[in-house]
Design a protein around this ligand. Structure first.
Ligand SMILES: [Zn+2]
Length: 464
């Protein structure tokens, strides 16, 4: 009974099955496509290569040559590159996927892709997200590549060294890419976290336990996921926020040098904190942004995503409740210290990543990347350094520089085509003409269509 289908019919059934399970989007799946006469921002160093042709075959970059020298394989799909700029796909180093509902996860992945993000590091995992990662890696779903931490290591679930040790071993065995530490921990538990993680060959990322101070994290934690962590574990550790500008400059220089020496990476997520100040001041304006149309109401209640998220709308929005207008100048002073810090970290050579922490109220996945790149620029990074945080640095952090993060022959074809030069202005990163994901080309109108479909699917399956 197994061979009832003739061979061609079985093949056709397989094609149909693949088409149905394509998930996020199908894309232009020609086995060859070429960006012809494009300006290249390869991100291996600060340079712009004009009048280039980039040929992609299946999922990899096959040839890069000046437009006059390029030979296109016959039947190769041509993408007009003139007066356009090609950059590597972006990496959001701090995303949150809904922990279990597939239609919601698909919407978030589509929001990332529509904003040029071809890889995301998910900062709170679940078994469902592990399964999703495998479906993406196996080619069952065409969606941005994801890495994921396990569930949070945090109090009160994790009080003792033994509890932490067991959790790290278990999360590593389940296949999580990173261990995520969140909030305070006892010294014994925090030490056990690193001893076990080292033995298990898994890296620890996350918050700095503010009860222990920054020194406990540097050199042991691979990544600190918010510049804000430095406020509580260094600048305000055991005393008030310094206000004297010379004292701030001295402290910034001191901690930047220490962080650089330690090898710990930082993902500042400046835009989240800034967004929080905004909503304390004028929540209505944020809730009326046009991109809110991609955020179904059930994803803004604080329960659909993760353990620690909050409602976006009044009266549930915690920031409006917690921070009266009188508090805003203090928040701005904290933000200013964080901007100085990011500038100092850059000067000291600390590798930085671009992370956005979506689902913090009013932080919309994908769209949040524009805010973060702008804020990294405002803190003093050059456009090239900002772009590196979202591309080549992220590949180094993920140990995938041999296949991603820059544009070169042999690399995976995760690319974004832009209408203006991103090295002149980081906002040009979002003058997007289309995105290529592992060799599949999505022109801008197709990304928009797929995004609206994903919104409908998510809304239709919302819990009542
Ligand atoms: Zn987060």
């Amino acid at each position: 009974m197994i061979n009832v289908l003739s061979r061609p019919t079985a093949a056709l059934a397989l094609v149909l099955l693949l088409a149905l399970s394509a998930g996020v989007a199908a894309g232009q799946s020609a086995s060859c496509s070429a960006f012809v006469d494009v300006s290249l921002v390869p991100m291996d160093r600060e340079q712009l290569l004009v009048h280039q042709t980039v040929v992609v075959r299946s999922e990899r970059i096959w040839q890069i040559a000046p437009v006059g020298d390029a030979r296109l394989p016959s039947g190769c799909y041509v993408i007009e590159g003139r007066r356009r700029y090609l950059i590597p796909g972006l990496v959001d180093s701090h995303v949150h996927l809904p922990l279990s509902r597939t239609t919601d996860e698909m919407l978030v992945l589509q929001l990332l892709l529509a904003n040029g993000i071809t890889t995301g590091i998910n900062m709170e995992g679940s078994p469902e997200i592990l399964a999703l990662r495998e479906r993406i890696n196996g080619g069952d779903i065409l969606a941005p590549k994801i890495y994921t931490t396990g569930p949070f290591i945090q109090q009160p679930a994790f009080m003792t060294a033994d509890q932490v040790r067991d959790a790290v071993i278990s999360q590593k065995r389940q296949g999580y890419d990173f261990i995520k530490v969140h909030g305070e921990l006892t010294k014994e538990a925090y030490d056990a976290l690193f001893d076990t993680a080292r033995a298990q060959h898994v890296r620890v990322v996350g918050h700095v336990p503010s009860n222990l101070g920054i020194d406990a994290a540097l050199g042991r934690q691979s990544l600190i996921v918010h510049a804000e962590e430095f406020l509580y574990s260094y600048f305000q550790f055991q005393r008030n926020l310094p206000t004297d500008e010379y004292e701030i400059a001295r402290m910034v220089a001191d901690i930047s040098r220490k962080t650089a020496r330690s090898g710990t990476w930082v993902s500042p997520t400046l835009s989240v904190f800034r967004q929080i100040i905004f909503q304390a001041a004028d929540l209505g304006a944020l809730l009326e942004r046009p991109e809110m149309r991609y955020m179904p109401r059930h994803l803004t209640t604080g329960t659909a995503v993760g353990a620690t998220n909050f409602g976006w709308y009044p009266p549930d929005n915690p920031y409006v409740k917690r921070w009266l207008p009188e508090k805003i100048p203090y928040l701005r002073a904290q933000y200013s210290v964080m901007q100085h810090l990011v500038h100092g970290l850059r000067d000291a050579g600390v590798p930085l990543l671009a992370g956005t922490d979506p689902f913090v109220p009013c932080v919309i996945p994908g769209f949040s990347m524009k805010d973060e790149l702008e804020q990294l620029y405002e803190a003093g990074l050059t456009p090239y350094q900002v772009l590196a945080a979202a591309t080549s640095n992220a590949a180094r952090f993920l140990n995938t520089s041999d296949s991603t993060g820059t544009i070169a022959v042999g690399k995976i074809a995760d690319l974004v085509l832009l209408g203006a030069n991103p090295l002149n202005d980081v906002d040009n990163v979002f003058r997007q003409e289309g995105v290529m994901l592992r060799g599949h080309w999505f022109p801008e109108d197709e990304l928009q269509t797929k995004l609206l479909e994903a919104v409908s699917a998510s809304t239709a399956s919302a819990p009542h």
